[in-house]
Design a protein around this ligand. Structure first.
Ligand code: ARG
Length: 467
């Protein structure tokens, strides 16, 4: 990038003095919006083709514009394009080069258009592709979770509430909980895409244009579902980008919850899983360390994505209609959100696919340490006629006795159990086992291995249907 100089801006005709050099730097966006070059060229070509169809520019002008844009795309692709701060943004940079290459046709491209509807179009095209990428990555992550769930559908582990052992679940069931979270995220991105996928072009600066344009044709050419029907709204609102950032923040929040569990499970104190070396890093001083950096960073990066959502909400909230330069600030948060979510999902899909080794004995051992089948004992007594609240009290006393004896509930003898309630019989021991507790929760959404396998089959069907 060059240092800004005193060369003239496209719009300097009505100015008495050149713009201050620092102001040029301050107002320029080309450093970051050049990433929109593909969308900018695509939008310009659709606009130019419409202008030619409507007889607003000649066929020759269109041919020149197409030729120039092909050359420009090749230059940018090959890193030969001279991006210039003097040309403020991606739009002026490309238009200036087009005019240098093809002359007057380049100057006619901007007929019936403004950078205001142009940039809004570019961002929507960009975001539409980003959403499609993210949805594909989410599908990959969900597939990885289903496979892991299938491998561990019958692996018991403690389910926690308050991070205290609560009831037995299986590792597979636990993974499927995340599958559901990411399924909702995918749904949210798809829903957001509907509102992203509308065409602002034709709104021009804010009030539309005096040329006989055909907005529906441009919309179809660019794959937009419809046009934005109010010109002021079309150039000014960025709610679609905010919505995207909200969906991204929720998605990262889910990643972060999974990350937090992985960090915890990786701690030698817990030892539930081992994360493959390629997702870990060492310490510069402590030779023994293997740190779960990937989940930790994902947890950390959730903060910046949340921040971008708040930045965009704040950017928008006090803007009067229609376009204001404030909106130029929408890009960096948006781009960083896309980059962060994209990288995170890609790495997590890999890691969950074959980077997690589950330590079943450690999970089983943890299950014997928290009276995880206490609710099952209460339910057993209820089935024998005791009101649930009374059963709760009886089991509480039994737990206290087992704790004193240093055993799990199944470690108490029949006689010891019967001391708490005469309703207890020999058959009690089948409900006090983990297998019994799991199998008993046999309904849709329950943890019984049979149900988990049914959920896995449904999950696969949903993925195959693109849901
Ligand atoms: N770089 C600008 C942006 O990102 C393009 C639109 C500028 N329009 C204007 N009237 N200054 O928003």
């Amino acid at each position: 990038m060059n240092t800004p100089s005193n060369t003239q801006y496209t719009w300097e005709g009505r100015f008495d003095e050149p713009v201050d050099v620092l102001v040029k730097r301050y107002t320029a966006s080309v450093d970051f919006d050049r990433r929109l070059w593909r969308q900018d060229i695509r939008g310009s070509l659709a606009h130019a083709r419409m202008l030619a169809r409507q007889g607003i520019i000649s066929r020759q002008d269109l041919a020149d514009i197409e030729r120039g844009m092909t050359e420009i795309a090749a230059e940018i692709e090959a890193d030969r394009f001279q991006w210039s701060l003097d040309q403020e943004d991606v739009h002026f940079n490309i238009e200036k080069r087009l005019t240098a290459l093809v002359g007057d046709a380049g100057k006619r491209l901007h007929t019936g258009r403004s950078r205001n509807d142009q940039v809004a179009t570019d961002i929507r095209l960009y975001l539409r592709d980003a959403i499609d990428d993210i949805r594909a990555l989410l599908a990959g992550l969900r597939e990885a979770l289903v496979s892991l769930a299938e491998r561990e559908a019958g692996t018991p582990m403690p389910g926690f509430t308050h991070l205290q052992v609560a009831q037995p679940v299986t590792f597979g069931h636990h993974m499927l909980a995340y599958f559901e979270m990411f399924a909702r995220d995918a749904e949210r991105f798809a829903d957001c895409r509907k509102r992203v996928n509308r065409l602002p072009l034709g709104a021009a600066a804010l009030a539309g244009t005096t040329y006989p344009i055909d907005r529906d044709w441009v919309a179809a050419e660019l794959g937009f579902e419809a046009v934005c029907v109010n010109s002021l709204d079309a150039v000014s609102d960025r709610d679609f980008a905010i919505e995207f950032c909200a969906a991204a923040a929720l998605c990262m929040m889910h990643v972060s919850r999974l990350a937090e569990e992985l960090v915890l499970w990786m701690s030698p104190r817990v030892g539930f899983v081992r994360i493959a070396d390629r997702f870990c890093t060492g310490s510069s001083i402590m030779p023994q360390k293997r740190n779960p950096d990937v989940p930790e960073l994902a947890r950390g990066k959730t903060g910046r994505v949340n921040g971008h959502l708040v930045a965009l909400l704040t950017l928008m909230k006090a803007q009067p209609l229609a376009y204001n330069k404030d909106n130029q600030e929408d890009k960096e948060p948006l781009f960083d959100t896309v980059d962060t979510v994209t990288d995170t999902l890609r790495i997590f899909a890999d890691m969950m696919a074959d980077g997690i080794a589950v330590n079943a004995p450690a999970l089983a051992a943890a299950l014997t340490q928290g009276f995880a089948t206490a609710t099952d004992l209460a339910d057993y007594l209820v089935r024998k006629g005791l009101p649930f609240r009374d059963a709760h009290a009886v089991v509480g006393a039994a737990v206290k006795a087992a704790e004193r004896k240093g055993v799990d509930l199944s470690g108490l003898t029949l006689a010891e159990l019967r001391a708490f309630s005469p309703l207890v019989d020999e058959d009690v021991f089948s409900v006090l086992t983990v297998e019994g507790a799991l199998a008993a929760r046999n309904h849709v959404g329950g943890v019984a291995p049979e149900q988990v396998r049914a959920s896995i089959a449904r999950a696969r069907e949903r993925l195959a249907a693109g849901l």
